[in-house]
Design a protein around this ligand. Structure first.
Ligand code: 13P
Length: 332
């Protein structure tokens, strides 16, 4: 357990966050195509190399989450990605779920799969150099969902994954994501997220998962993307802080997903969250809010490689600065 606690401490190093670059092959290819780049294995590799080799990335990024394909690819001519990251002081992580799939018995809802054979896969990922892992459960808000069944099966899977990770010496990032799709209010997002978290906490406790050796990756509490008004950062922080209060003091830390918020909004909300007095650090584990500007600046053009890296560096700097402001705030 010591190993997991030590790795978690490194992942949550003050002033740093986590970069989520673990889109599945299908999702990554679709995003490349949308940016005008062919969705090939080589282009996915080249894009991940652009991100991973951004100069001075380790100043604001403690770990990068990769997918299975990237962990098995090489950065540059010869070095496996995990090795290249560790050489610059960044912890390699691996997404180990196999996706949210239609859940039998729950029409329209999903359960995240990937538990079959998981301990053997985790052992293999440790050999490849991974030090932490990620599993994402997805909950959609409608008038009738998420149902208690969807909340229960996803919590159980998250807990089984987290326990397996800790036994393998990998820090589990536990990601119960209540997605922004829909026109629900911020209050409804708060109620659903609180119910989801309560079930996840209970499932983790049943399997004796060590809170100090795991990272919680929640959504910020915001209104649905189609809701007519937008909560301001101070409100997002206050409501999110209230929901998070129920987590134990010895939790290693919280690293938020961005969930489709515009990059600047995610950063402003992250900065507002630093005003909360919490027993654990609150940092970022953003995907889209960090990498979308980089992809759009690059678009597969060799002569815009540096622009892509500069766009990522700019978002990392802004979010790391937001997280660093906590130290100042807590001193006053
Ligand atoms: P976003 O920040 O784009 O929501 O991605 C984070 C993530 O890791 C989703 O699983």
């Amino acid at each position: 357990m010591r190993t997991c606690r030590d790795i978690a401490t490194q992942l949550l190093a003050p002033g740093k966050g986590i970069l989520a670059a673990d889109e599945s092959i299908g999702t990554m290819s679709a995003r490349l195509v949308k940016a005008g780049v062919e969705g090939t294995a080589e282009n996915r590799r080249a894009y991940r190399e652009l991100l991973a080799t951004t100069p001075d990335l380790a100043d604001g990024v403690s770990g990068i989450i990769l997918c299975d394909e990237t962990l098995n690819q090489r950065c540059g001519d010869s070095i496996p990605f995990a090795e290249a990251l560790r050489a610059v002081g960044i912890l390699p992580g691996i997404k180990v779920d196999t996706g949210a799939k239609a859940c039998p018995g729950l029409p329209g809802e999903t359960v995240t799969e990937g538990l079959d054979g998981l301990p053997a896969r985790l052992a293999h990922y440790v050999e490849l150099g991974a030090r932490f892992a990620k599993w994402r459960a997805v909950y959609t808000i409608t008038d009738s969902t998420p149902t208690p069944g969807a909340i229960a099966v996803n919590a159980s899977a998250l807990a089984r994954y987290a326990a397996a990770c800790q036994e393998a010496g990998l820090v589990p990032i536990v990601e119960p994501e209540v997605v922004m799709n829909g026109n629900h209010s911020q209050l409804r997002c708060a109620e659903i997220t609180a119910a989801v978290h309560a079930e996840v906490r209970a499932a983790l406790a049943l399997l004796d998962v060590d809170p100090a050796g795991m990272v919680l990756k929640p959504n910020m509490i915001v209104e649905g993307a189609d809701h007519p008004t937008r909560a301001v950062p101070a409100d997002v922080a206050a409501v999110t802080g209230k929901v998070l209060q129920a987590w134990p003091d010895d939790l290693a830390g919280v690293a938020f997903l961005s969930g489709g918020q515009e990059p600047e909004r995610a950063t402003a909300n992250l900065a507002a969250l630093q005003h909360l007095r919490t027993p654990w650090p609150l940092t970022f584990s953003f995907g889209r809010a960090l990498v979308t500007p980089a992809l759009l600046a690059w678009r597969g053009h060799a002569d815009r490689y540096a622009d892509g890296q500069a766009a990522l560096a700019e978002r990392v700097r802004a979010n790391a600065a937001a997280v660093r402001s906590r130290t100042e705030l807590q001193r006053t």
